[in-house]
Design a protein around this ligand. Structure first.
Ligand SMILES: *Cc1c(COP(=O)(O)O)cnc(C)c1O
Length: 397
């Protein structure tokens, strides 16, 4: 086993051309080389428009719409706020339950909790590492009850007000299957596409961007995501009413007027500042090049690990295109825990900061007692996954 760990690290070094022992390599680092970042930010500084209004916000939103094909994009302060606002506008309220996968970043569950609702865990599947459509269907058949057109969990008595799958590490989840189940039960579908800007589902006719298949989707532009605004996020939707409500509630519900301060709802200050939007515009202009490099980097990992038994580089499922935000390695050994720890320890000694995937959300203290289906596959996968250095600048274009 000890030699497998060394072999793996040697091969990673080869893929990322690391010969110098002193340099640190992280999972995903931002890059501003060759972009207009300085000019766009200088424009904000020169004009004085640095905060929540300004022309870069709508410009950035238009660029997001154009790239994703979403009719509307609303830029907000971060991905967690985007999720909380999206859940609120599609009707998630205090005391409700929202069905989510246990394998995600903690923000997915926190956004549900911030509205006074409770996450309810549905298992994942091994192919996409996202929510398993069969497990979703099975769980709904087991616990759901329709009363006056609304769906309730008959064991807790709470309303089930949304299904929230997550496209993890950029790998698209099986959203079309999940969408069918949601429409059968008439439960709104929200996609957490925080990690999936540039990931698509292939349908017979076209490519549909992740976050655009449900009622509403969310993105994050945190520092380690595929593009960054420093901190930021966005809501995607094709529904005009939902878009208008989200925008209104993200700007303190102020009714438009040249001088009057009239607000017609309790709302939030969620708007993305102009200076962050300017950085975002300079980043999204280069996303195609980043995506191209990331696919090449993933391909290089595939080639270099192809012949290594027990080690697999995870691939997008057939009807999808991943942005390969993070390249994921799966250890297909019987007891992966010890090997995983050994690889983590050895790689950190070589200053390659590879990371395990998250602790399952149902194992965190605040989510250990919420409703949950059987989570066998999530437990099985989470201990065998490792994320490898994935910055697009690690490979030539
Ligand atoms: C990053 C991330 C978020 C939250 O985004 P922030 O901008 O960091 O608030 C939510 N969900 C997932 C899956 C993420 O990876």
């Amino acid at each position: 086993m000890m030699s497998i760990s060394k072999e793996i690290i040697d091969r990673i070094k080869f893929v990322i051309n690391k010969s110098d022992e002193s340099s640190d390599v992280y999972l995903h680092e931002p890059s501003f080389v060759g972009t207009n970042a300085y000019d766009y930010i200088r424009d904000c500084l020169d004009s004085g428009w640095v905060s929540s209004t300004g022309r870069w916000v709508s410009k950035f939103e238009n660029l997001i719409s154009e790239f994703t094909g979403s009719k509307y994009a609303i830029a907000v302060s971060n991905g967690t706020d985007a999720l909380r606002l999206a859940l609120h506008v599609i009707g998630v309220d205090k005391g409700n339950e929202v069905l989510i996968p246990p394998l995600s970043f903690v923000a997915t569950a926190n956004a549900v909790s911030h509205l006074g609702a409770t996450p309810h865990f549905i298992d994942i599947e091994s192919d996409s590492l996202g929510m398993c459509p069969l497990a979703l269907e099975k769980r709904l058949d087991q616990v759901a009850l329709i009363k006056e057109g609304e769906v309730f969990n008959k064991t807790t008595g709470n309303k089930i007000s949304a299904v929230l799958p997550v496209h993890i590490f950029g790998l698209p989840s099986k959203i079309q299957e999940i969408r069918l189940i949601c429409s059968k039960w008439r439960i709104p579908l929200i996609e957490d596409a925080a990690e999936a800007l540039g990931s698509f589902i292939k349908t017979k006719a076209e490519l549909i961007h992740c976050g655009c298949l449900g009622d509403i989707g969310t993105l994050s532009f945190n520092g380690n995501k595929i593009i960054t605004t420093g901190g930021g996020g966005a809501i995607l939707t094709n529904n005009k009413k939902i878009a208008e409500l989200a925008k209104h509630l993200s700007t303190t519900a102020k009714v438009n007027h040249p001088w009057n301060f009239y607000h017609d709802k309790i709302a939030w200050n969620d708007r993305l500042p102009n200076i962050n939007a300017a950085l975002g515009a300079s980043q999204i202009e280069h996303i195609r090049e980043k995506l191209y490099r990331k696919r090449n980097l993933h391909k290089k990992y595939l080639d270099f690990f192809n012949d290594l038994k027990d080690v697999e580089i995870v691939k997008e499922f057939n009807q999808s295109l991943s942005n390969y935000w993070l390249v994921t390695m799966r250890l297909n050994v019987e007891n992966p825990y010890e090997l995983r720890e050994k690889i983590l320890k050895d790689s950190h000694e070589s200053k390659i900061f590879i990371r395990p995937c998250w602790n399952l959300l149902n194992e965190l203290p605040m989510y250990s007692k919420v409703p949950s289906g059987d989570l066998k596959e999530a437990r099985n996968q989470s201990i065998r996954l490792l994320n490898l250095p994935s910055s697009p600048q690690l490979i030539d274009s």
